[in-house]
Design a protein around this ligand. Structure first.
Ligand SMILES: [Zn+2]
Ligand SMILES: [Zn+2]
Length: 303
């Protein structure tokens, strides 16, 4: 495929640009905005709304100077890499959701545990919603359909019931039977609490505030930006049928996930960064494991 690189702006957004003004129809009665919203938005998940608000308030504890020290910052940065880089980007996404490489079971389960500690819900939910995103990208059955706006695709979507829960279950049959995945699915909140207890015992409140609350929120929004920013802002190397973009700063925050247009072009590839400037630290990690003989069946197809 001939590579094209274009900067995507609101005016030439491939889907939004399709709306054209037309002649008014005298007999047409437009539905109110409220009616449209009621039709489109699924019921609210209030427990998720409340926990999300509380989790966004908790990092304010970091403003207390008594709970700041550089060791706590170091723990937060290390856990951010472990949970987002190894857990979400490498484990949940490229390994569990796309099966773009295979590792021995102990490493697979380590990556799944790391992703579970990112606090982004259960591995089975994450994998299912992500597979739905690829199957129905930018359509109404896409859980974070970017046509519903930035905030919907960023975080509002998971505060509502997903369009088709039965579809999610159907799409996760290959991983749903695994006992360890089931354990992480069932106890993901308790595992986060257990990590907090360990951090408290190790370094007191500074380790909890920075290593759990601040680290979780930064990790949330970095990952959410892949669904929102990377379907609106950036450049497109491939003319995919969706709105996906490559975005350098999201890639830096997520260890390579921001090369999202490349990913949508070849979803099965373990490598997302294809140009020399497209730094992809997750790919570098997978490549290292492959050289050590620990990662096999590594898919690197490029178009
Ligand atoms: Zn996408
Ligand atoms: Zn994907």
């Amino acid at each position: 495929m001939k590579e094209t690189m274009t900067l995507l702006t609101q005016s030439d957004h491939p889907i939004r640009a399709t709306a054209q003004p037309s002649e008014p129809d005298a007999n047409y009665e437009a539905p109110s905005a409220l009616e449209n919203n009621l039709e489109e938005i699924q019921p609210t998940r209030w427990p998720v709304v409340i926990s999300t608000v509380l989790l966004h308030l908790a990092p304010l504890l970091a403003l207390n100077p008594a709970w700041f020290n550089w060791n706590a910052i170091g723990v937060a940065v290390f856990l951010y890499w472990i949970t987002i880089g190894l857990g979400i980007s490498m484990g949940f996404h490229r390994m569990a959701a796309h099966r773009s490489f295979t590792v021995p079971k102990p490493i697979e389960y380590f990556l799944v545990m790391c992703g579970t500690l990112a606090g982004q819900g259960s591995v089975l939910g994450w994998v299912g919603y992500h597979r739905m995103h690829h199957l129905y990208t930018d359509e109404s059955k896409d859980p974070h359909d970017s046509n519903r706006g930035f905030w919907w695709s960023h975080l509002s979507w998971f505060m509502h019931d997903v369009p088709d829960e039965a579809e999610r279950l159907r799409l996760t049959k290959d991983v749903a039977g695994d006992r360890f995945y089931q354990f992480c699915h069932k106890y993901h909140t308790l595992l986060q609490v257990a990590l907090g207890v360990v951090l408290y015992a190790w370094g007191g409140m500074p380790f909890v505030v920075w290593g759990v609350f601040v680290r979780l929120i930064v990790g949330f929004h970095s990952t959410f930006c892949v669904n929102s920013v990377c379907h609106m802002f950036g450049y497109r190397s491939h003319n995919t049928k969706d709105t996906s973009t490559n975005n350098w700063w999201v890639a830096l925050l997520t260890f390579g996930e921001g090369w999202h247009n490349n990913h949508h072009a070849v979803q099965s590839s373990a490598r997302f960064g294809w140009n020399w400037w497209e730094l992809d630290m997750v790919w570098m990690t997978i490549s290292l494991l492959e050289k050590l003989g620990l990662a096999t069946k590594v898919k690197t197809k490029r178009i």
